[in-house]
Write a protein that binds this ligand. Structure first.
Ligand SMILES: Cc1cc2nc3c(=O)[nH]c(=O)nc-3n(C[C@H](O)[C@H](O)[C@H](O)COP(=O)(O)OP(=O)(O)OC[C@H]3O[C@@H](n4cnc5c(N)ncnc54)[C@H](O)[C@@H]3O)c2cc1C
Length: 379
């Protein structure tokens, strides 16, 4: 590791790396097929204390800073991006909105089981007709007595079948067509009228769970609203800023895995009487990958340090997510190329990195949306 981290942060990194290599690595491929394995590894993550690592001890967390958590995500993503995204969504966009905007009662009910990993969190923003333009969400929350009736659908929701707790947006003010009409709610999985449906088959992150959420006349008392009415979009955008640094760390892990596998392979594979590593064209690929990874690492941990210092970090989080995800995609692409036909088979991991890397350019705001966020702050 070239960047300077504290002894405590390096200790977390070493612990997670060790666990990943001993326990997770032998199952990294199987995780894609065997859905039950994800739950087993989740239990191990909670036993390691990783489900609430960066949250205050008063909420059951370990009280560490974001950097330690991000180092953990990076290590897990090197071995399984699917497990890393499960943890990333749970902690950043699942738990964080409750920590930041929850009432004392909401924090008391949800945070201890969530930081302990007994309850998994999910985040429902995307709808069939509102993705990048999430402020146009149509799920409605009509006032009724001292609560709300929710109707509508959310799609592509990570952890949908695993989660106990869902943080979701719904439109409380239909006269406001855009983001100002949205409020945020916390909903539990066994709420009457709420169902989770299977999501579409996906390209990558095969070991992770996603699905669609349907609210059909779901009654939620006012105590389940998160923050003030019409604050929903702000709550989600604020949580996404932090989520994006986490996706950047995840992408960084995929990119590093692609580079490490490539280095090993080109030193062994021979063509034209020498190893691939002897060709300058190969060396240039590796040099570019390593340089981009280093740049992505600096952007990612720089954004985290700004957050830890209480400085604005929204632009830097978008830059980190944009650059790290595109780096992951480029590195995975180069890795498949360096492995040639073998890279195109499922016998090697590089094809999985390629499929998993693509998700990081889409989830929690596409690369185009990150560029819009960055441009907005410049202009
Ligand atoms: C693996 C995965 C997990 C996910 N998990 C969750 C989750 O847990 N919770 C959740 O709420 N959502 C989740 N999502 C959904 C994700 O946030 C959306 O897919 C994403 O925001 C894009 O929305 P969309 O799919 O509707 O694409 P669209 O918004 O339809 O975009 C299509 C294309 O148009 C481009 N585009 C759109 N607007 C502009 C613009 N103004 N300028 C330039 N280009 C533009 C986009 O960049 C994209 O290339 C997940 C998605 C994936 C792939």
């Amino acid at each position: 590791v070239v960047m300077l981290f504290t002894q405590d942060q390096l200790a977390v990194q070493a612990l997670v790396k060790d666990w990943c290599h001993q326990k997770l690595l032998p199952y990294s491929k199987q995780l894609e097929k065997d859905k039950a394995l994800l739950k087993e590894f989740w239990v191990e993550l909670s036993e390691l204390g990783l489900c609430g690592l960066q949250f205050p001890e008063e909420y059951g967390g370990a009280g560490l800073e974001s950097t330690s958590y991000l180092l953990a995500i990076e290590e897990i993503a090197k071995i399984s991006a699917s497990l890393a995204v499960t943890l990333s969504v749970h902690t950043t966009v699942g738990i964080l909105p409750i920590i930041t905007y929850g009432t004392a009662a909401q924090k008391e009910s949800y945070l201890p089981p969530m930081t302990a990993g007994r309850w998994i969190g999910a985040f429902g923003l995307t709808e069939p007709s509102a993705g990048s333009d999430a402020g146009q969400g149509k799920m409605s929350a009509r006032r009724e007595g001292d609560g709300y009736i929710l109707n509508g659908e959310k799609i592509f929701i990570t952890n949908a079948h695993l989660a106990q707790v869902f943080v979701m947006t719904a439109r409380t003010h239909p006269e406001e067509k855009g983001p100002k009409g949205l409020s945020a709610f916390v909903l539990e999985k066994d709420t009457p009228g709420f169902t989770v449906q299977s999501g579409d088959e996906k390209l990558g992150l095969q070991g992770s769970d996603w699905g669609n959420l349907v609210c059909n006349g779901v009654y939620l008392p006012e105590t389940q609203r998160l923050g003030a009415e019409q604050e929903g979009f702000k709550i989600f955008m604020n949580s996404l800023d932090q989520g994006r640094i986490s996706i950047a760390a995840l992408a960084l892990g995929i990119a590093e895995a692609a580079l490490e596998d490539s280095i090993r392979y080109v030193k062994e594979r021979q063509q034209f009487g020498q190893t691939l590593s002897c060709f300058q064209a190969t060396q240039f690929k590796l040099a570019t990958m390593a340089t981009e990874i280093e740049a992505a690492r600096h952007l990612t941990y720089h954004a985290a340090r700004l957050k830890e210092a209480g400085q604005p970090f929204s632009k830097e989080a978008s830059m980190a997510k944009l650059y790290a995800s595109e780096t992951a995609m480029r590195c995975a692409n180069e890795a498949v190329q360096l492995f040639g036909g073998y890279g195109y088979t499922t016998d090697f991991k590089v094809e999985r990195y390629f499929r998993d890397a693509k998700s990081t350019e889409i989830v929690e705001g596409t690369s185009q949306i990150q560029r819009l966020v960055i441009a907005k702050s410049l202009l």
